[in-house]
Design a protein around this ligand. Structure first.
Ligand SMILES: [Zn+2]
Length: 323
């Protein structure tokens, strides 16, 4: 029988699943992402995890005919490697992925994607109508999109298409993004940015009352959402987040004309009513073209590994007709 594999390389965990030809998962494994010292150590961690999933499924790696990888970037796509990943130690400058996995499974059918492209591939695969035009947006520690347009998963020549978290939404540029530029969407609305944004709003209007631990070392985005409906500043911050999120999503819709926009990432997954519902309401007013369906992924935290598996099953496309 033919088997297929999906691999998710994140900054915290490596995950792998093995499935039969119809997509039924028969084995899985998860390990902590090695912190180096070199990129090869990370590669070996990925291979161990994939071997672990094969062991769990009771097959040998060479029985896998195709594998998909959803990974943190950035990439050298030609080399099939991750280059200088931001959220791993500096000693890790290069993580070869495609070649070593091809060798392990003895097949050259290995598809490497960034995690948001893996996301859109999985969402397309699992969507009701197998749409050709679809966007997956993650709102987590950062913000990014995977775009499928006219049936093609868009990656750009260097694999860096879909960095919509760096859309300029605030021309005043009041907050500086992790990338060093000002006014970017994720500088306001990512999980990492929300505490800074709440502090900025509090400075702007000191008359707003709040119990948020603004100056505490442990203040996180979660605190803001937990005090929704009970705290004036939390409610104001959530409303302002909706404003910027709707602006970012409207820009995405005008650029790519998706029929479905699917959200994932911890901030969206854990706060659908406070984050995604307001986007849906605002986008209906702010889009001048067709308004897409706006939903939250059914895959939860599995969206990247399931997308990687969907890629393996469909020749890197998420198109169910290619099963
Ligand atoms: Zn940026």
């Amino acid at each position: 029988m033919d088997y297929y594999a999906g691999v998710d390389l994140g900054a915290t965990n490596v995950r792998a699943v093995v499935a039969e030809q119809d997509g039924t998962t028969i084995g899985a494994d998860r390990r902590a992402t090695p912190r180096g010292p070199t990129g090869i150590d990370v590669t070996e961690g990925v291979l161990r995890t994939l071997r672990g999933a094969c062991g769990d499924a009771g097959i040998t790696p060479t029985e896998i005919v195709a594998a998909g990888i959803g990974s943190i970037g950035p990439f050298d796509l030609a080399e099939g490697a991750v280059i200088d990943p931001a959220n791993l130690p500096d000693s890790i400058d290069r993580i070869p992925l495609t070649g070593p996995i091809e060798k392990l499974i003895d097949s050259d059918e290995v598809y490497l994607h960034n995690d948001t492209n893996a996301g859109v591939i999985g969402e397309r695969f699992h969507a009701d109508r197998n749409p050709d035009d679809m966007v997956y947006i993650t709102i987590s520690s950062g913000i990014g999109a995977g775009v499928c347009c006219d049936g093609n998963v868009v990656s750009g020549w260097d694999g860096n298409a879909g960095e919509v978290g760096h859309y300029v939404v605030d021309p005043r540029g009041r907050l500086t993004c992790g990338c060093g530029r000002d006014g970017h969407w994720e500088a306001y609305c990512s999980g990492n940015a929300i505490p800074d944004y709440a502090r900025l709003l509090a400075e702007d209007d000191p008359t707003i009352e709040t119990d948020l631990p603004l100056d505490g070392p442990d203040f996180t985005a979660k605190d803001v959402f937990e005090l929704a409906g009970e705290d004036e500043l939390a409610d104001y911050a959530i409303e302002q987040l909706a404003h910027w999120n709707a602006m970012g999503v409207t820009n995405v819709i005008h650029a790519f004309a998706p029929i479905v926009v699917s959200f994932g990432g911890a901030v969206a997954l854990h706060n659908e009513e406070l984050v995604v519902d307001p986007i849906r309401e605002r986008v209906a007013e702010s889009v001048m073209t067709n308004v897409p369906e706006i939903r939250v992924t059914d895959q939860g935290d599995d969206v990247v590994v399931e997308g990687a598996l969907a890629s393996a099953l469909t020749g890197g496309t998420g198109d169910r007709q290619r099963l």
